[in-house]
Design a protein around this ligand. Structure first.
Ligand code: ME8
Length: 650
């Protein structure tokens, strides 16, 4: 009994001083993926988030609207919960610092430390940054402003209770030295060690000049300092003084995930509070980097705050989650832009993952009536794929343990890329045409089984996508009931019937979206000038030379093939539906003997877009695709980067 390993993970509790932005969603999505992954590996997870509702900042925000603080926070906290629901954040508990249970814990913590003699009464005279709710001594200010946020500080002078941080400085340094995993990443550990070595002042832990806070239990003229109150939420959420069994099980926390600007509070005030209470310290405090907007810090005053709700409504929750998890090297600052988001969606989700699923399911339907066949003998191709599927699961486990979330996603995408390559190498359409039935069975099974494993790996990061993929694979067992052991190769039962659905991630027309948005107005189309000298030296291979003006008459464009089918009665022709930017066209091409229609969908090819339309075997052809050919072979001209359809070829 009780042998299940536990994992206790927390996010910061956010200030309800405003609506949350994409930066808050960043921290919470990472924490959610870690929580989901650890549950998947069989651990008993406690995932905590919440809201930090007291303090001068909130009191002022409410006053500016002429309402009481509680009324104000109640409204905003509702928007937090809606946001987390939208982002499928699987938190187990949400602590509001205005909760009665928390109130009791904070007062008791204060009382115990006071009784021990580590909190004493004095007078504070110094600086205070209200946006950060932080005290500063004069010599730490930068140009007279808050060194953390650069904003104006206020001089305050009031009676206060002080917490003897200085008494614990050496013990804390020793703990940091002996536990390299305690503060991560390493750069932040070094910063904190230097900070502590420069000398810790005792900390003011009460205020008297406003009253929106938890009263000091021994002196109701004072309210408890908001950070002392807020940090204690991690004890409240674990059941401290309320549920001894839960608390014994979950404490200490395994991971406090926070942004780098609040690592100081978490690695100095918080561990010293726990030392004063004789409680064990959390295993790891990770201070991640900031998400910037177009390389600039997001802030309300700059008007560049990205709303996570609008983003999810526009692109889908998993598209945004994927971007946040994959794009930013965990621990470092990262950048958000609409262009980067759309490029990720198109490249990773629509192209790599979406196409793999779509064409695999389509081929199983087309060649095997939708029934996943029994595999037969293996070739090196299958052995390679199976081996990569196995090592990917291990890589994801290792990188998640090392808190390298973006590396975990990259590992999954390497498997997706390998599976796409496997389709091209195994050429199921050729196997079908040449009736190599056993081999086709093996290939189709391997595709479906790889997709099953990808689904199990992906579901911690992109939960809605995982569900959609599971439905298409037709697997009966509930996805939610699957665990790490189910990842072993061969779990997919032959005979399972797949279900055809729409593509899970339609491509987004980047140029269209960008020209609509403000960001797009900065994007000036680059016109490349080809120097005359270079052209003079051009040699022609078989045809007479042409001028650059002759060449410029051709409107060559990137087109995406969205559907392909044979033309009845014409064994050399395929009828392709393509998109060129926003325009849909039909092109008839003589490539049927070289390409199976199924293998073409999703490809980005080059077409002559201004060729006069013509009819071929009664079918309208509005353009011509470019291909290289010899007498017995033909290859389409494709694009080696992810460029949107409609892009000019010149
Ligand atoms: O600091 N990029 O709350 P807060 C990445 N109440 N993460 C960001 C971000 C950005 N641009 N902006 C915000 C507080 N965050 C206190 C915490 S905990 C006991 C008390 C995330 O509402 C990041 O996790 O200001 C950061 O630490 C947190 O939101 C700050 O949220």
């Amino acid at each position: 009994m009780g042998s299940t390993e536990k994992y206790y993970i927390t996010t910061p509790i956010y200030y309800p001083s405003d609506r949350l932005h994409i930066g808050h969603a960043y921290t919470t999505t990472i924490a959610d993926s870690l929580a989901r992954w650890h549950r998947f590996t069989g651990k008993d997870v406690l995932f905590l988030t919440g809201s930090d509702e007291h303090g001068q900042k909130i009191e002022r925000a409410a006053a500016s609207l002429g309402i009481r603080p509680k009324e104000y926070v109640d409204k905003i906290v509702g928007t937090f919960k809606d946001l987390w629901q939208k982002y499928n954040i699987s938190y187990d508990d949400f602590v509001r610092t205005t909760d009665e249970r928390h109130h009791r814990v904070v007062q008791e913590v204060f009382r115990r430390i006071y009784d021990k003699g580590d909190i004493y009464k004095g007078e504070y005279e110094g600086w205070y940054c209200t946006p950060c709710e932080a005290f500063w001594v004069e010599n730490k200010l930068e140009d007279g402003n808050c060194p953390d946020c650069g904003r104006q500080v206020e001089l305050i002078k009031e009676e206060s209770y002080f917490f003897r941080l200085s008494k614990y400085a050496d013990r804390l340094l020793q703990h940091i030295e002996e536990h390299p995993e305690f503060i991560q990443p390493e750069s932040r550990r070094n910063e904190m060690v230097n900070f502590i070595k420069s000398g810790l002042e005792d900390l003011c832990v009460s205020r008297t000049t406003f009253d929106w806070g938890i009263p000091v239990p021994i002196d109701d003229q004072h309210v408890i300092y908001v950070w002392f109150d807020a940090l204690t939420n991690y004890l409240t959420g674990a059941g401290f003084l309320q549920d001894d069994i839960a608390f014994t099980k979950y404490w200490p926390a395994d991971l406090h995930l926070v942004g780098k600007e609040i690592i100081r509070f978490h690695t100095i005030i918080w561990p010293i509070t726990l030392m004063a209470l004789d409680l064990p310290l959390p295993k790891t405090i990770f201070g991640h980097g900031w998400l910037l907007f177009d390389h600039d810090k997001m802030s309300k005053s700059k008007g560049n705050v990205v709303d996570p709700v609008e983003l999810a409504n526009e692109y889908g929750v998993d598209a945004v989650r994927h971007f946040l998890l994959r794009e930013i090297s965990f621990g470092q600052d990262g950048n958000f832009s609409h262009r980067a988001l759309i490029e990720r969606i198109n490249a990773d989700l629509a192209n790599d993952l979406g196409n793999l699923l779509h064409r695999s399911v389509a081929m199983i339907i087309r060649y095997r009536d939708g029934v996943i066949p029994q595999p037969h003998g293996l070739t090196d191709l299958e052995r390679d794929l199976q081996q990569l599927a196995g090592s990917t699961a291990k890589d994801v486990g290792r990188t998640m343990d090392d808190l390298e979330v973006n590396a975990a996603i990259s590992a999954i995408w390497r498997l997706i890329a390998r599976a796409n390559k496997y389709v091209d190498e195994a050429e199921p359409w050729v196997l079908n045409k040449t009736e190599q039935n056993d081999r086709l069975d093996t290939v189709l099974y391997h595709l479906a089984e790889t997709l099953r494993i990808i689904t199990l790996l992906i579901k911690s990061f992109l939960p809605e996508t995982g569900e959609k993929m599971w439905v298409q694979l037709g697997i009966r067992k509930e996805l939610d009931s699957c665990c790490l052991e189910d990842i072993a190769w061969g779990g997919l039962e032959p005979g399972t019937k797949v279900v055809k659905s729409d593509p899970i991630f339609p491509r987004i027309d980047l140029e269209e979206v960008l020209t609509k948005s403000q960001e797009g107005s900065h994007e000036v189309e680059e016109k490349q000038q080809v120097g005359g000298n270079e052209m003079d030296q051009a040699k022609t291979v078989g045809k007479p030379q042409i001028s650059i003006e002759d060449f410029a008459k051709l409107d060559l464009r990137v087109a995406e093939i969205t559907a392909a089918e044979p033309v009845s009665g014409a064994d050399r022709l395929l009828k392709l539906q393509v998109t060129i930017g926003t325009e849909k066209r039909q092109i008839v091409a003589g490539i049927a003997q070289h390409y199976d229609p199924e293998s073409l969908v999703g490809k980005h090819i080059v077409v002559v877009a201004n060729l006069k339309p013509a009819k071929l075997r009664g079918e309208l052809s509005e353009g011509m695709l470019l291909a290289a050919s010899t007498t017995d072979s033909l290859g389409l001209i494709t694009i080696d980067r992810d460029l949107p359809s409609g892009a000019q070829v010149k």
